[in-house]
Design a protein around this ligand. Sequence first.
Ligand code: ADP
Length: 265
Amino acid sequence: LRANFSVIQKETGFVNGLITVLHDITEQEKIEEERREFVANVSHELRTPLTTMRSYLEALADGAWKDESLAPSFLSVTQNETERMIRLVNDLLQLSKMDSKDYNLSKGWVNFTKFFDHIIDRFEMTIEEHITFQRDIPSRSYYVDIDEDKITQVLYNIISNAIKYSPEGGKISFRIKEQPEKIVVSISDQGVGIPKNNLSKIFERFYRVDKARARNLGGTGLGLAIAKEMVEAHDGEIWAESKEGKGTTIFFTLPYEQEQEDEWS
Ligand code: ADP
């Protein structure tokens, strides 16, 4: 808050009035500060893979291309960095689309139980053997009014983190719980966990608990920020619970009305 004081003085020299104008500049400054920080983050995130690629390409150009023991791994580094930049730019485009005012959800009624099951199936086909999946999903159907693509993205971002941070032999559990006027979807892993004071920050853009580690795992730091925006666009909430060294659960809710369903059946 910034205050401008103007003193009202009459010819007598006595101060007999004081005008105070208070401007609520905090909000505006905060937005400006966040914007600056965001641009700095984006630039940094793009510069890192570019400088890595430059040095590997320089080495290749300097003769490493002739070395059969080096060239393939140097090329693979530049390929990975390219992939990371594509992911990052895709995530940024996704966020910028959601930030724009004309952002629309294309909603439709979906049997969430079935939908969730299909997505888990898709992941189950691709995971390595050392991770197991456990589904704790009711057999009944829950019809929710959602944008399928967006909620697929939410689940994709949460589940890929659970896989990324799972240890050898780790179990990932999937749940749906019904509560008044909503369903609570949760995905739990037995991974490294997140320190308590970082828990709410993981939904911020570019926030990572362990930057080097997250980067090695191919993350952009935007996955959960995107998930949060998409869940909130559906009038849902998203949060995390975690125990360091024990595991993490990400929860999100979607509005659900029992009555509506009764009318249909
Ligand atoms: P990233 O692309 O780095 O995974 P996210 O936005 O998806 O970005 O997640 C932000 C950060 O939250 C991660 O870098 C990681 O530190 C932490 N995190 C997210 N999910 C988990 C999880 N299941 N277990 C442990 N840490 C997690």
